[in-house]
Design a protein around this ligand. Structure first.
Ligand code: B12
Length: 477
């Protein structure tokens, strides 16, 4: 039986004092990608490493990559691109001959760039059907020309991009994810219920066209749903496996409130015990506050809401199709119900004025428990990338890497304001008050945040101290 290694890249480079992936401070949950792919690859022996959830030495990476016949790497964001590339290089240098297959959001848009960096194959967009055909071709010696959805390096190092593959019509046709590949002890979501944490999904994609969003492009602006019966079946299995804390990966959870009401009612009817985290739009919250109450009774404890900006001019400019007032109403509803609010906001958007930036920072403070603010960076493959490029406002050229230092040239002045915001946020008595006297979810979230922050600060090395806010190499063996 051929062997594969499923690899979430090992962190060879790290940032200090705050890690490069700020969301990671609130806990860890695995990518569902490998559990879902593994369920399609039952006739392979599979090993799994998650470099975002624990540390590994390079010697261990070498040993485990040498022991398999192919390495499958998830490349999901520009923030992780540097480490993903360092892993590819390490495997090429130390395990020659092992085919490297990449997939995920980042690999999909940067397929040729990854081939140029040494990957042998990139599986673009949805992976389940493609990986089965690709591994068969690799191990049984078929041709790659007919496999839809791959990009690959030919024998003369020439790059090929095969035609795209259609999306799976009915997500219920997917096999049940194999959550058994994950080491349960590695993951922890900051939710009050006792039990193990993991990731699941009820849908894929999002029908909207926000011009900054690469995720919606990835799924061709379509949203496909699993049926409520299928979601409940997965939840029963998760419950039996001991998972009680679930992060729903959906980009647009709750889009059809009636469908979701059936899921919540099922959870309550069967007396299933879960706490869960979701990404949900303000307009869906406002559309049906009663469904949100039901959601809370069924276990929704954290809502990650794309507020983006508190300025309607900017929301219109990025085609958000939701007004700042809608987000305010959504926040009121969530507060009243007692759901923890993680708010995504952008500052330094194209042509943003200083007073607009200030308004958004104020909104981040007022409207969220946990503000996840990004200084706007145009993502390759989006409409905003084309707009920013026309103005030469792309600090990293094609934006393959996340640029922690320079950001978009016309908005570089936002950086000190951004750091100042987080310094104040983290030390403000309001947060400490929630840590000590808040809801069980607030207590859990803030305890996790401050513990992880302390761990990050304390694990300083001389190289990190000399280069704060830079990605510094941290593994030598
Ligand atoms: C769980 C998760 C995380 C976890 C990672 C878990 C882990 N231990 O691996 C944590 C919290 C750590 C995380 C962090 C970040 N994340 Co994240 N994350 C997700 C989330 C919510 C779910 C992923 C998932 O399970 N999806 C469901 C699976 C089934 O879909 P999929 O991942 O796309 O996989 C399919 C295909 O892409 C493909 N595929 C994927 N990988 C591979 C690999 C191979 C070899 C093959 C063949 C195929 C393949 O096959 C799968 C099945 O079809 C997604 C949102 C989403 N909807 O996907 C965001 C998402 C991927 N994250 C995102 C971002 C931006 C980040 C951060 C940068 C956030 C931040 N600023 O801190 C960091 C970066 C971390 C890093 N260092 O790389 C963005 C990426 C957008 C983009 N590229 O432009 C997403 C899409 C969220 C969003 N809508 O913006 N994340």
């Amino acid at each position: 039986m051929p062997k594969i290694l499923m690899l979430q890249p090992v962190r060879i480079h790290k940032r200090w004092p705050v890690p490069e992936d700020f969301t990671g401070l609130l806990g860890a949950s695995p990518t569902l990608a490998f559990a879902q792919l593994r369920a399609k690859l039952k006739n392979y022996e599979a090993d799994y490493m998650d470099g975002l959830a624990r540390e590994y030495s390079l010697a261990e990476l070498t040993r485990r990559a040498k022991a398999v016949d192919a390495v499958l790497i998830n490349a999901h964001s520009s923030v992780g691109a540097l480490n993903a590339e360092a892993n590819v290089r390490h495997i090429l240098d130390n395990c020659p001959g092992v085919p490297i297959i990449m997939g995920g959001h980042h690999a999909t848009v940067y397929d040729f760039q990854w081939l140029g960096r040494g990957a042998h194959f990139v599986v673009r967009n949805e992976g389940e059907e493609t990986i089965v055909e690709l591994l068969e071709a690799i191990f049984k010696g078929g041709s790659y020309d007919e496999i839809k959805g791959i990009s690959w390096q030919g024998p003369g190092n020439e790059f090929h991009r095969n035609p795209p593959r259609s999306l799976i019509k009915n997500l219920d046709d997917l096999p049940i994810p194999d959550w058994g590949i994950y080491d349960k002890k590695l993951y922890h979501l900051p939710l009050p219920i006792k039990g193990y944490s993991t990731t699941a999904e009820t849908s894929r994609g999002c029908p909207y066209h926000c011009s900054f969003c690469a995720a919606s492009e990835m799924w061709m602006h379509k949203q496909r749903f699993k049926s409520p019966e299928r979601v409940l079946e997965e939840l029963r299995i998760l419950g039996k496996l001991g998972f009680t804390k679930i992060w729903f990966a959906d980009d647009n959870f709750g889009q059809d409130p009636e469908r979701y009401a059936q899921i919540y009612e099922g959870i309550l009817r069967e007396n299933m015990k879960f706490n869960f985290v979701v990404f949900i739009r303000s307009d869906n919250i406002v559309k049906s506050p009663e469904v949100m109450r039901l959601a809370h009774r069924a276990g929704m404890r954290v809502a990650l809401v794309g507020i983006e900006s508190a300025v309607d001019r900017l929301l219109t400019d990025c085609s958000k199709v939701s007004e700042a007032e809608t987000s305010r109403k959504a926040v009121e509803i969530l507060r009243e119900i007692g759901i923890f609010i993680g708010g995504f906001l952008m500052v330094g958007y194209l042509d943003e004025k200083q007073d607009e930036t200030d308004t958004t920072f104020r909104a981040a403070n007022e409207m969220t428990d946990y503000p996840i603010i990004s200084i706007f960076e145009p993502r390759f493959g989006t409409k905003d990338f084309v707009r920013a490029k026309a103005k030469l406002d792309t600090p990293g050229g094609d934006m393959f890497y996340h640029n922690t230092e320079h950001f978009i040239p016309s908005m570089v002045h936002v950086l000190p304001q951004y750091r100042d915001f987080y310094r104040r946020y983290l030390t403000h008595p309001k947060q400490i008050n929630k840590l000590l006297f808040g809801t069980p979810t607030q207590k859990k979230c803030y305890r996790t945040l401050y513990m992880n922050l302390a761990k990050s600060v304390l694990r300083v090395t001389p190289a990190m101290l000399a280069n704060p806010w830079e990605m510094t190499r941290d593994i030598y063996k």
